[in-house]
Design a protein around this ligand. Structure first.
Ligand SMILES: N[C@@H](CCC(=O)N[C@@H](CS)C(=O)NCC(=O)O)C(=O)O
Length: 203
């Protein structure tokens, strides 16, 4: 049994999607990061870095934080969605953790949420996200999914950020420029488990 800690953000969606795709028995704990619940001592005992997603495995008494580690843990526990080659899967997991995740997060902050609009910051992160989307688009022109011909945790890791950024309708971030990425987002978004995961919201 997994205690799953999430919120309805792109990083939280990674865990929610993995739980549904892998059919992991779990109890979901919403951590309202807008209210600062990620700083509560009981959550910091699971993730000292005060961010969702994180899990606690009651069977092994193991706590895991960082979305890439969480998805890898759950895939290894269930033996599913590991991808055809361990290192190709890991490459695309880290690609998100060091690229689209943080750069997309900065773009979302500066272009959508920040009260003061700083053109240089918006331009810098727009260019970097465009570049990263270009890398994904090229890969997805060669391969049905990021780690190979089959859907894997590399796709779970990478799906939620492009989806969220495109939902913000930001200038310069246009799916028409990335046809392979568009095809992949549509295919993943149509998966019943993904739809169930995205429909989960705090009561
Ligand atoms: N590198 C982390 C990023 C997680 C992350 O940034 N989570 C955000 C929500 S999308 C969060 O919990 N923010 C709360 C905070 O920073 O206090 C991962 O991949 O798990």
């Amino acid at each position: 049994m997994i205690d799953a800690y999430a919120w309805t953000t792109p990083n939280g969606h990674k865990l929610l999607i993995a739980l549904e795709e892998l059919e992991v028995p779990h109890e979901l704990h919403w951590v309202d990061i807008m209210k600062g619940e990620q700083f509560k001592p009981e959550f910091l005992a699971i993730n000292p870095n005060n961010k969702i997603p994180a899990i606690y495995d009651r069977d092994t008494k193991h706590a895991v934080f960082e979305s890439g580690a969480v998805l890898t843990y759950l895939a290894e526990k269930t033996g599913r969605l590991l991808g055809p080659d361990r290192y190709t899967t890991l490459e695309w997991m880290f690609f998100n953790a060091g690229g689209v995740g943080p750069m997309g997060g900065q773009l979302g902050y500066f272009a959508k949420f920040a009260k003061e609009k700083i053109p240089h910051a918006i331009e810098r992160y727009t260019k970097e996200v465009q570049r990263l989307f270009g890398v994904m688009d090229k890969r997805l022109g060669e391969s049905a999914y990021l780690a190979g011909p089959e859907f894997s945790i590399a796709d779970v890791m990478n799906f939620s950020w492009p989806r969220a950024l495109l939902g913000f309708s930001l200038e310069g971030i246009d799916l028409a420029a990335y046809p392979n990425l568009a095809r992949w987002i549509e295919a993943i978004g149509a998966r019943p488990a993904v739809q169930r995961a995205l429909a989960r919201t705090p009561a």
